[in-house]
Write a protein that binds this ligand. Structure first.
Ligand SMILES: *Cc1c(COP(=O)(O)O)cnc(C)c1O
Length: 439
């Protein structure tokens, strides 16, 4: 498969080049030249396929010929080694639990896939520096996904005040080939610094920079896999089913863009919900046709505090920049902190299910929209509630137990370089050589 930039239809890069480059020079986003479709046989066998098997079928056309079928099978087995169960919360509303991986968020899928692609593609004499801005979960998923790999360093850039304590522990305590930079600013500031680093010539001459944000095709594409898996599980439980709505708690909109790509490959999802917190530019756009990125607002669903979603151009591309076509498939929804907290409390009391603040928006969107859409619904549970221990305990008034994966971080030493929101200083730091755990 070749990829073009959403800013230049005539440009052309292989999968390998797109993964290594991350972001096209013209600041568009890489997009597959063709969208393959999967046949009836695939969909008939879907309920009985394992996650690695689904991953192989879905991803093969996108990575060929740069990754051989043998290599791809191996990668899919390593990446999808944790369960992604579909759990009933109440009649016709199910949670797709994407938080059973090593860092307890769905970003494990993309980060692990990308780390293995980069390792395959990295040249032994040109070490790669992976630069990643995070609003909370990307940093830990990427740092963990790449931990200990030869020839690759990871630098996590995050807003000092914008992530939960446990999230911070997950990417500031690993050391080895990872390091962390805390910025006095918002996630958008971090994202802007990283973007500027990629377009800085001097820096790129000195360092082989690569992006691990959700703009990288190697992070974006594997997210399709669990949408197919969700449908397979749904069909297994409801063999007569023909329709479903999937609600996707969204920030940068990579996850939703992957679901929409899966639909164009043939996945029979009737509707998707673009569910956000108060950073509601996409729901507003779907309603008014007016797209107005704005500075991000801090919310309790902090991994979705994004004011200028970087994957949105892919959604536009998927629907030919045609608002009406997009509106037929994607329904907007947003919730404020009070609604999120109220939902967490209610569902905990009445259904005995613990939502995290992000999944809570997905659940609430289905509660409100399904009567009109007239389909059953699945929402993505994008992170384990214990990642937001403090805010969850304040809402529920009781202690939340940490899963094993998160307990491992407690009591470890944080290593962070704190910086003002200033590109010149950020660049100076990146120009230095990497030492373990610091820059
Ligand atoms: C990153 C993240 C999101 C948003 O995903 P996007 O692909 O950026 O839209 C939602 N929930 C959680 C828990 C996340 O970590």
């Amino acid at each position: 498969m070749n990829y073009y930039s959403t800013n230049d239809y005539s440009s052309e890069m292989s999968f390998k080049e797109a993964v290594i480059t991350g972001l096209p020079k013209d600041k568009g986003l890489f997009f597959p030249r063709e969208i393959p479709t999967l046949g009836e046989d695939f969909f008939e066998s879907l309920p009985s396929l394992t996650l690695p098997e689904i991953a192989f079928e879905v991803l093969q056309p996108y990575v060929s010929p740069d990754i051989s079928p043998e290599e791809l099978r191996k990668i899919c087995g390593e990446v999808f080694h944790f369960p992604i169960p579909l759990v009933e919360v109440e009649k016709d509303i199910y949670a797709l639990e994407l938080f059973h991986g090593p860092t307890c968020a769905f970003k494990d899928v993309g980060a692990r896939f990308m780390s293995r692609c980069l390792q395959l593609f990295a040249e032994p004499d040109r070490p790669v520096t992976v630069l990643v801005a995070t609003s909370g979960d990307t940093g830990s998923a990427v740092a963990n996904g790449f931990l200990g790999l030869d020839n690759i360093d990871v630098v996590v850039v995050y807003p000092q005040q914008g992530v939960s304590e446990i999230q911070e522990m997950q990417f500031t305590t690993l050391g080895q080939n990872t390091s962390a930079v805390g910025i006095e600013g918002t996630f958008d500031d971090c994202q802007a610094l990283v973007k500027q680093a990629f377009s800085d010539e001097e820096l790129n001459q000195k360092k082989n920079l690569s992006s691990a944000n959700s703009i990288n095709v190697a992070r974006w594409l594997p997210q399709m896999v669990y949408y197919f898996h969700a449908w397979g599980q749904w069909k297994k439980q409801h063999p007569e089913a023909t329709e479903i709505t999937i609600s996707v708690p969204s920030g940068n909109f990579g996850n939703l863009a992957a679901g929409l790509l899966a639909k164009q490959m043939g996945l029979p999802v009737t509707y998707f919900v673009a569910a956000t917190n108060r950073n509601r530019m996409v729901p507003d756009y779907l309603e008014t046709g007016h797209y107005a990125p704005a500075p991000s607002i801090a919310t309790i669903a902090n991994a979705m505090d994004v004011g200028n979603p970087n994957n949105f151009p892919r959604i536009q591309e998927l629907y030919g920049h045609h608002l009406e076509n997009l509106q037929k498939v994607v329904k907007g929804f947003w919730a404020d902190d009070e609604e999120i907290k109220g939902t967490i409390k209610l569902v905990h009391q009445e259904k005995g299910y613990t939502l995290d603040p992000h999944g809570a928006i997905g659940y609430l969107s289905l509660r409100q929209l399904l009567p009109e859409l007239k389909t059953p619904g699945i929402f993505l549970e994008t992170a384990h509630p214990a990642k937001f221990k403090q805010s969850m305990e304040a809402v529920l008034g009781q202690e939340i137990e940490l899963p094993e994966q998160l307990q491992a971080f407690l009591g470890k030493q944080k290593q962070v370089t704190d910086l003002p929101n200033d590109f010149a200083i950020f660049k100076l730091l990146l120009m230095q050589e990497h030492k373990e755990g610091t820059l």
